[in-house]
Design a protein around this ligand. Structure first.
Ligand code: ADP
Ligand code: MG
Length: 301
């Protein structure tokens, strides 16, 4: 059957009706949906297995998808989009999750040009909670960016009052690796990997792996975008990769002029090329921008 608004899926006796489309990726589409038994409004990510097939060995992909879904199923946290269940047919894999109605953080930033430091701090703290929780359970996100962070509640009227305390939830985690084997697919999915950490960029070449620090790079990039409404790295192909490998970004210009030194110091600490030097969860939690304590004065000679 077609997977489009109006269609149904699910086991006999517990079906879901597909509503309007919310987003899409290389092998998946996300729709609002309604659980017919309960009338609950939910969201469903429908993964097209025939397309998944084109992105690599299907059996391999399915195994990964199954294991990742198993992990995600265990994650229950206020700041993480809750996976409610999944359903497979010959051609589709349906991941049913809670509906997060306020749209992407990306759109919120674009609508407002940038967020105030206090709005950004409120969101950043929530991201730390969510990321801390999943890391403690051995789950890496690998694809933190404003498109994968959803704003709770209904879409606010524009322009939203300033100083609004938005609640956010992290979406699309883990799946970037499950669906399609990491870096190569991520490249086809997002076009330009603006948010990849240097070690993620080179993971195939080096044959290495990466760890939790990569998500803190992602948080640094998200913080950067919230504060100034621009990507930290925004070149084309090779130039972009070079910018990322050397962490060449700039915090100058009018948008940065009124941003506190504490905020800039946190961004710098997160966007460090060497994962070992990068700020950790604890470093973030005790950072002056996060705690609101004064920055230590620079040492004088
Ligand atoms: P992809 O792997 O294709 O990037 P995502 O899980 O990021 O898939 O979903 C794509 C888009 O669909 C998101 O950026 C968001 O706009 C929307 N979306 C995803 N999950 C939800 C949800 N639970 N509630 C509301 N919108 C969602
Ligand atoms: Mg996504």
């Amino acid at each position: 059957a077609e997977v489009s608004p109006g269609a149904t899926f699910g086991p006999p006796g517990d079906e879901y009706e597909i509503g309007k489309q919310l987003g899409n990726g290389a092998a998946s589409r996300v729709f609002a949906c309604r659980r017919l038994n309960t009338n609950e409004q939910l969201a469903v990510k429908a993964v097209d297995l025939r397309r998944l097939c084109l992105l690599g060995d299907l059996q391999d992909q399915m195994t990964r998808l199954d294991s990742e879904v198993g992990i995600l199923h265990e994650l229950r946290h206020e700041r993480i989009v809750n996976l409610q269940g999944f359903y497979k047919t010959d051609n589709w894999y349906f991941l049913v999750m809670e509906l997060v109605g306020g749209g992407e953080l990306f759109d919120l930033i674009v609508r407002n040009k940038s967020l105030s430091e206090s709005e950004a701090r409120h969101i950043f703290l929530q991201l730390l909670e969510g990321v801390g929780y999943m890391h403690a359970r051995g789950v890496l996100h690998r694809d933190l960016k404003p498109e994968n962070i959803l704003v709770a509640g209904s879409r606010p009227a524009e322009p939203p009052e300033s100083g609004h305390n938005y609640d956010v939830k992290i979406a699309d985690f883990g799946l970037s690796k499950a669906i399609g084997g990491g870096a190569s697919l991520a490249r086809t999915r997002v076009g330009t990997p603006q948010y990849w950490a240097p070690e993620v960029l080179d993971v195939q070449k080096r044959g290495g792996s990466y760890d939790q620090a990569a998500d803190f790079w992602g948080l640094g990039a998200v913080l950067f975008v919230m504060l100034c409404g621009r990507y930290p790295f925004d070149g084309q192909k090779q130039a972009l990769d070079d910018q990322i490998r050397t962490a060449s970004y700039s915090m100058t210009g009018s948008r940065w002029r009124n941003i506190s030194e504490a905020a800039k110091s946190l961004v710098r600490g997160l966007l460090r090329v060497n994962p070992v030097d990068r700020l950790s969860l604890d470093d973030c939690l005790s950072h002056p921008w996060v705690t609101g304590e004064p920055m230590p004065l620079p040492k004088r000679l």
